[in-house]
Ligand binder design. Structure first.
Ligand SMILES: Cc1cc2nc3c(=O)[nH]c(=O)nc-3n(C[C@H](O)[C@H](O)[C@H](O)COP(=O)(O)O)c2cc1C
Length: 250
């Protein structure tokens, strides 16, 4: 019996050397093949459709993902969810999902614990890559840039707009550290008591926003037969000059 599972689509060809995919004791993962061949189809993306400023282009894409103008395009669920990749000084990468909260004239802002793994890596090596994937409309965006902490005032203002439960959560979670079962909940209970019902909760000094200031942004729009449209904007790191725009092969 084959130990290869096909999650969907037609089974991929089997290796002819009869190699085993799991051990008798069942302690190795079963090999999974994902054999779908989705045909992406969005309107063609052409050079003349692009705004010279990629942040304006991004805002256009984000707002049409949230509020499609025509009634036929689907609404994208949580288009602000983005993968952010950071690296250690040695160049070892790690990725996770965060939520984009602001796009301003300089870049992309998200909020987190400044003692978390991602923040430590951003301090060690102040560059990040973001990736958005909007499945419902077959679009993707990649951003590469250097990072900076936003001002304390900006972090405090945003913190005050968060629900009280999230404010207490920020105070209570030593993000990315090893904790005992139930430990975070008991800190939450303690902090909730400490803050009482109505007392204003200040933004912890170990919590705030990061801004990714891009020097490269790529817009990807899915097309049939993998012949996708890709455009990349680039400019020198730290420059406020014009962006160069190039079509890339899919
Ligand atoms: C949809 C989604 C949104 C998230 N948003 C955030 C966020 O905005 N900020 C954050 O610190 N973590 C967020 N997280 C949790 C992170 O993915 C991650 O677990 C956490 O930040 C710790 O990452 P680190 O240990 O690499 O620093 C989110 C997770 C998901 C799945």
């Amino acid at each position: 019996m084959s130990s290869v599972q096909h999650l969907y689509g037609t089974p991929a060809p089997q290796p002819s050397n009869g190699s085993k995919n799991s051990t008798e004791s069942g302690d190795a993962p079963e090999k999974l093949h994902l054999t779908s061949h989705n045909q992406y189809k969005t309107p063609r993306l052409l050079r003349e459709d692009l705004n010279p400023n990629p942040l304006i282009q991004f805002n256009k894409w984000l707002s049409s993902a949230l509020n499609p103008k025509d009634n036929e395009s689907p609404i994208v669920i949580e288009p602000e969810a983005m993968t952010i990749s950071t690296t250690t000084k040695k160049g070892i990468p790690s990725s996770r999902i965060v939520l984009l909260k602001t796009v301003d004239e300089k870049g992309f802002i998200f909020f987190t614990n400044y003692n978390s793994r991602k923040s430590k890596e951003l301090i060690e090596n102040p560059y990040a890559s973001l990736a958005f994937y909007w499945r419902e409309i077959s679009k993707s965006v990649r951003v590469i840039g250097n990072v900076e902490k936003i001002t304390r005032k900006e972090s405090e203002e945003y913190f005050q707009s968060r629900p009280r439960g999230s404010q207490i959560g920020a105070w209570s979670s030593p993000q990315s550290t090893i904790v005992k079962e139930g430990q975070v909940q008991s800190i939450v209970d303690e902090k909730a008591k400490e803050f009482g019902e109505n007392e204003k909760i200040d933004c912890p000094d170990f919590w705030g926003g990061w801004r990714i200031v891009p020097f490269e942004i790529e817009f990807w729009s899915g097309q049939p037969s993998r012949l996708h449209d890709r455009f990349r904007y680039t400019r020198e790191e730290g420059s406020s000059g014009d962006w160069e725009i190039n079509r890339l092969a899919p």
